[in-house]
Design a protein around this ligand. Sequence first.
Ligand SMILES: [Zn+2]
Length: 93
Amino acid sequence: MKDDDNPMSKAHAAPRCTANSKRTGEQCKAPAVKGWSVCHFHGAGGGHGAGPSHPSWRHGMRSREWTEARAEINSLVRETRKIERMLSGGEAS
Ligand SMILES: [Zn+2]
């Protein structure tokens, strides 16, 4: 029988899941979900969005945007203190 005659040949040629089995350590041989490199069992189609749609989102003050803003402010404060110390002649206050 030619390969083209087998209606399952296309299904068998489907890209395979790239995950490795936790139990055997071998690669999972299940077909990968379309648009993913893994099968459904190994996480395809899962996860959630970032930002306010994230299930753990509360007030947004821990968001990347605010965390970066705080880091910037803190570095400015550090810089200011350094300048203050320099202006005071390095005396211990
Ligand atoms: Zn898999």
